[in-house]
Design a protein around this ligand. Sequence first.
Ligand code: SF4
Length: 417
Amino acid sequence: MVRNEQRTERNRATDPHFKAGCGGRESPVAVMVRIRQVMARVRQAVSALGPVDPEFAAVLARRWAELPETARTPGQLLGRHAVGCEGTHGVFPQCNLACTPCYHSRDANQVRVDGRHTLGQVRAQMGLLRDQRGPRAHAQLIGGEVTLLSPDDHADALQVMRAHGREPMSMSHGDFDYEYLERLVLGPGGRVRLRRVSFAAHFDSLMFGRRGIPRPPDEASLNPYRHRFAAMFARLRREHGVQYFLAHNMTVTPANLRQVADVVRDCAAMGYGMFSFQPAAFVGDERRWREDYRDVTGDQVWAEIGRGVGAKLDYRVFEHGDVRCNRAAYGFWAGNRWYPVLDGDDPRDLVVREAFFRYFGPVNFTGTPQPLLAARIALITTRHPRIITLAAGWQPAPSAGWGRGSCWPTGCVRSAT
Ligand code: SF4
């Protein structure tokens, strides 16, 4: 008893997540999330008996059937390997920066954004996605600035998303400190509660109010901040073993279009797995519209990304929906050169793409535990030995060089229009 009280006192003194009135135990939300996680694991174990999850395969088929004819292209991922990446909507629109433009309405900072409201809304919206999009998908925890939520509420929201089979990515302006990140991933008693996190950080010179650089003169002046952000996650992994994935987002207008290539070049090795560029549009708070955003087209942005990468980027190899709205290219850097995973001009690579869709299309890679994923891949490969021949014949490019330390994946370079 005395020892319990001592432990409780210790938690109260040292643990920022200590929940008053819970005797130092987990919050009811965390307990419910844990129960859902256990149930999800049981479901996973049952469906693991086959090479694909029948529910996921059925949801994929439905997604494909719902696509317009024009989107049913040879490279289309929707309905063949993915159901799409969706996210929270209008849950916590508050933000402490002032971007020009911002897609939020002029009333955004007046909306209720407390933890209880956020968790209730996230739960309801994730329940809908679970019903409509099936057992597994990526999803964005997006609103205004996610780090204005307390670390506990943020962590609870991520766990609610995972409990609904969504692999979450937190969307942030990146203007927060390492201590916030640490409190996010560590639970009661300093135990790691999030073993993996994904963040998309928004950095561009159209943002005003960032600490240390409230009015950035250009994109290059933000590079130390981009670097600092990525370095926090490297430290997190070093100190707590937490895995991470980082994306870099940037709004593009006529003012910074010609700086896109330099951002890609300068930041390629900082630790971001994806670079994403969004041409601005006349959406949100009209008081923050400063330029004629129609002067920038998706083609121009895509060309600038290609200039930065120093390679032709083929956005038809893999598509996410309609290429008029969303383009992506997947590849990796070897030394200072970028290579596509598959070359759309090489018929042999297109055979590999077809084989991937055919054999691994309905295999869910998102959030599937690695041993289970490995078992599924092994099972499918045993049934279709042709995969081994294709895999052995595939190589990204003869000069790519897989030299140790010279190669790192970049995920995708992407322009969402
Ligand atoms: S960081 Fe995002 S939400 Fe905040 S003002 Fe900028 S665009 Fe709007």
